[in-house]
Design a protein around this ligand. Structure first.
Ligand SMILES: [Ca+2]
Ligand SMILES: [Ca+2]
Ligand SMILES: [Ca+2]
Length: 268
């Protein structure tokens, strides 16, 4: 009996440890071929996608979610040795709410989380210099779009010289960043290319994706439909599986704890 208890305890311990070393959710990213950033995804391999569309993925403002047509998304990632390609189909009844000077968490935005170190410890509970929280927002007017990047490094003790940029919005931080948005029924398609040299410097090596490599990765969508100062956006997180109606971002603290992230695997 004692042996059995010990075995069960060991199993439980094993489970709780693995739960803190990235979640089981994984997105496969096929190799990119001739991607043109124009908002048309016909050249994309969309057979692999991550979905953010369910109640248990809400980590803030659950009372403001009216279902998939209000806020949900499907995202696709592709790669080559120099770039990440990220495309999103976003359903939002009032997409791309943007106000100059508003904090980005009071607007419509998406957030990518990724590690540029494939050997990073998946159980780490603090960000390191190779962990990235990248907020993307856009402003649209009559079919023309402006894009903004905000790279949040404030939670990193030693940033290795790559500090927070773009926190006030209205800034394109990435060199050679390309993006395009088109309207679709009930939302938008957003196609983008992020050259990976942006996520490096003389201290931080550039990630060079290769088939079979897995990295920490996660995805967040923020939705507000009527911006008012101090009103936080609804926020949904790919890796989250929360229960109950009481939701706070601290309950699934992906902004400070990478061990809660999902993963991304580069495939051919
Ligand atoms: Ca395209
Ligand atoms: Ca909405
Ligand atoms: Ca919105």
């Amino acid at each position: 009996m004692k042996k059995l208890i010990a075995l069960v305890a060991a199993l439980l311990l094993g489970l709780s440890t693995s739960a803190l070393a990235y979640t089981d959710k994984n997105l496969e990213a096929p190799r990119a071929k001739d991607v043109v950033i124009d908002g048309d995804l016909s050249e994309w391999d969309t057979s692999k996608s991550l979905k953010i569309d369910s109640l248990n993925q809400i980590i803030d403002q659950i009372e403001h979610w009216d279902g998939e047509a209000d806020c949900s998304m499907e995202a696709y990632v592709m790669w080559d040795e120099e770039n990440l390609y990220i495309a999103m189909k976003i359903l939002d009844d009032t997409p791309l709410v943007y106000r100059e000077g508003f904090p980005l968490d009071e607007l419509d935005a998406v957030i990518f989380f990724l590690s540029t170190d494939p050997d990073a410890d998946p159980a780490r509970t603090e960000y390191t210099a190779t962990d990235w929280r990248i907020v993307q927002s856009a402003y649209g007017y009559k079919g023309e779009y402006e894009f903004f990047n905000y790279i949040d490094r404030d939670m990193i003790a030693d940033t290795q010289g790559w500090d927070t940029q773009g926190e006030y919005g209205d800034e394109v931080v990435f060199d050679d960043y390309e993006a395009a948005i088109v309207s679709i029924d009930g939302g938008i398609v957003w196609e983008s290319k992020i050259p990976l040299h942006n996520l490096s410097n003389k201290n931080i090596p550039q990630l060079v994706p290769a088939a079979g490599m897995t990295i920490g990765f996660d995805f967040s969508i923020l939705d507000v439909d009527l911006p008012c100062p101090g009103i936080h956006s609804l926020r949904m997180q790919y890796s989250s599986e929360l229960d109950g109606r009481d939701r706070k971002p601290e309950m699934h603290a992906v902004d400070t704890n990478p061990s809660l992230w999902a993963t991304l695997t580069f495939v051919d």
